[in-house]
Design a protein around this ligand. Sequence first.
Ligand SMILES: [Zn+2]
Length: 156
Amino acid sequence: MKNQVLVLDSGYIPRGIVSKERAFTLVMKGSAHVVETSPTAKLRSAGGLEFDAPEIIRVNRYIRVPYRRSKTVSRRAIYERDGYRCVYCGSETDLTLDHVHPKSKGGTNEASNLVTACFPCNVRKGSSLISEIGYSITRSSGELRDIPESWKPYYI
Ligand SMILES: [Zn+2]
């Protein structure tokens, strides 16, 4: 994770990971703001100035994630299934969706690959596989069971 910067969209939803250099470029271009800087790492600009290296940036736009029609579910449906709690720590605030198997490693947007995670857990997890960093999912089943009728309006 050394040279990686988490990218949030304007809704503070984690959208990806870029290199520190790329993040710095986005910020310099005015396309993103720094949310969190590294306490240690520095970046040197072309003009020789030193900057705290970003660790989290937020881009200025809301990123719509393209969903495939059939197998994906809405954010709300996942929250409903997980009882509006982070599956990692049980927190009920700052909820986001997390890809159990990261998209960067081939994970999909299918319900079986999505869980409710609070923002701090999501950030900590980054694009790591949960087994790599010792997280475990407390929910008993990773599979979406038969979908309740009430969720169907939320399917995209
Ligand atoms: Zn959590």
